[in-house]
Design a protein around this ligand. Sequence first.
Ligand code: FES
Length: 167
Amino acid sequence: VLSRVALRVNGQRYDKEVDTRTTLLDLLREHLHLTGTKKGCDQGQCGACTVIADGRRINSCLSLALMHEGADITTIEGLGTPDKLHPLQAAFVKHDGYQCGYCTPGQICSATAMLDEVRRGIPSHVTGDLNARPLLSPMEMRERMSGNICRCGAYSNIIEAIADVAG
Ligand code: FES
């Protein structure tokens, strides 16, 4: 069954006819040709497909495109450009926050939204209310980034990069 979905991705408006079973991930990659968002497990376990939907990080492989009618989606392509990197992109380069790089777009989208969550005072279910503490400890960052798996094991450098931006 086909249906139309209209949404904004990285500030650009799209109106597409898709199979109702199309995931947001496949809409981005196959229909909009935004291949920066990666498909790893395709079942919500690795975080490679993380994008920001209306300010919240989600696994785009677990979400149907039609659920995002009218939504505002940000992918890695919307965060920075080769000439003007997003601060987290620059920090990942500076701290070697990757090896193969496959998980990196998801890591950076997730970290971007995670730092926004912290600034908005959304508490971690593990660490409690962070309102009084603007800074996250490395352990708190690891917990908040635990949905993003790096099979190369570059976690220490990833956390260093995020910490650099978090200040
Ligand atoms: Fe979506 Fe792994 S591809 S969580």
